[in-house]
Design a protein around this ligand. Structure first.
Ligand code: GDP
Length: 362
């Protein structure tokens, strides 16, 4: 069945890419996420961005709105349904099993403070991205900290750069050149995005200010472009389930729930799921598939909408029995018939054993 599903994949039917934000502490990761998440909602427009579970869905209309100032980027040509941004940057991107790292991300935003350059956790993040072969773009954040920087978030950042005074540009150049050398020391070739005419070879850097909004549209547009050029095949929707447990959470009134990222395939109410637990594999049924309502409605009494079926990619809260022993950072599988259950139990067990090295769970 897996092969059959693979043959049905098409670049005309893309899923949302999973986007992670990595970098050193205090570089502005959270602020960048906030900007991507809220800007549209603050405009007070209908719908809004769905505040998901540890993951935020940024739909195409929000991408268009935020990137409308970007030159040579037509919103109506966007082929992906949106971006699924993992919004737990402190999380080693996905789950608690450290070694798994960012392996579930399709693309990453590596945030560097333009005033500080590469810092210890930047290097650590680069190591993780290399190991998982995750493509990434660089946000050179806090560009507003350059002495006498003039903000124009309504413009393309390339235009805004040209409008700066000579000595601002000189400081900018000096910082950028230093960072290019630091990346080269990590064996990475980086260039400013608007000077990068060979994105296959060079990694693009976008100057941003999560504070003023400068460059944020360019950053989003660059992520979308990179996905559609470099990642289209990988992003072709597949019915083969790919689902990762992000968090295990006790919620008042709901019991212990799991938050998952559904990267591919679909989940249905009643599905028999198999996932690793602290005391061996757990086999149970989906009793609820929840996603939060759009942000603007978060204040209503029940913050979640219920679904009978959800197709990837989304962040989802799952209600099911026996979730208190579930493990974060692992795969969730679905048994489509009872014969599969034992095989799937072995599969999840093998994954956990591999992740934990030789430590075997009972
Ligand atoms: P994180 O630790 O990487 O998530 O960083 P935060 O998003 O928490 O930001 C750390 C600090 O830097 C906070 O005080 C932010 O307000 C500030 N900050 C973040 N982005 C910018 C920016 O673009 N410009 C300026 N001036 N400050 C920023």
């Amino acid at each position: 069945r897996k092969e059959e599903n693979n043959n049905k994949r098409s670049v005309d039917n893309l899923r949302s890419p999973i986007v992670c934000v990595l970098g050193h502490v205090d570089t502005g990761k959270t602020k960048i996420l906030d900007k991507i998440r809220h800007s549209h909602v603050q405009d007070g427009e209908a719908g809004g961005i769905t505040q998901q579970i540890g993951a935020t869905n940024v739909p195409v209309y929000a991408i268009k709105e935020q990137s409308k100032m970007v030159k040579n980027f037509q919103g109506n040509e966007i082929k992906i349904p949106g971006l699924l941004v993992i919004d737990t940057p402190g999380h080693e991107s996905f789950g608690n099993l450290r070694s798994r790292g960012s392996s579930n991300c399709d693309i990453a935003i590596l945030v560097v403070d333009i005033m500080h350059g590469l810092e210890p956790q930047t290097i650590e993040s680069i190591g993780l991205l290399k190991k998982n072969k995750t493509p990434f773009v660089v946000a050179l954040n806090k560009v507003d900290r350059l002495y006498e920087w003039k903000s124009h978030p309504e413009n393309d950042i390339a235009t805004t750069l040209r409008k700066q005074k000579q000595y601002v540009l000189e400081e900018f150049r000096e910082k950028v050149n230093g960072i290019i050398v630091q990346f080269a020391e990590q064996s990475l070739n980086v260039k400013l995005f608007h000077e990068n005419d060979d994105p296959e070879t060079w990694i693009s850097m976008v100057p941003t200010s999560a504070h003023s909004g400068d460059g944020m549209g360019n950053l989003i547009a660059l992520v979308v472009k990179t996905c559609e050029t470099k990642l289209a095949r990988k992003l072709a929707f597949s019915e083969n389930l790919q689902c990762t447990v992000l968090e295990v959470k006790a919620i008042q009134g709901l019991g212990t729930t799991i938050d998952v990222v559904l990267t591919n395939g679909r989940l249905k109410y009643g599905d028999t799921i198999v996932l690793p637990g602290t005391e061996g594999p757990i086999v149970t049924h989906i009793k609820g598939l929840l996603m939060p309502q759009p942000l603007r409605e978060l204040r209503v009494k029940n913050p979640y909408d219920k679904f009978n079926e959800i197709q990837a990619a989304y962040g989802i809260k799952i209600l099911a029995k026996d979730m208190d022993k579930a493990l974060a950072g692992t795969s969730l599988l679905v048994a489509y018939n009872d014969d599969e259950i034992e095989i799937l139990k072995e599969e999840v067990q093998a994954e956990v054993s591999e992740a934990l090295g030789s430590i075997k769970l009972k």
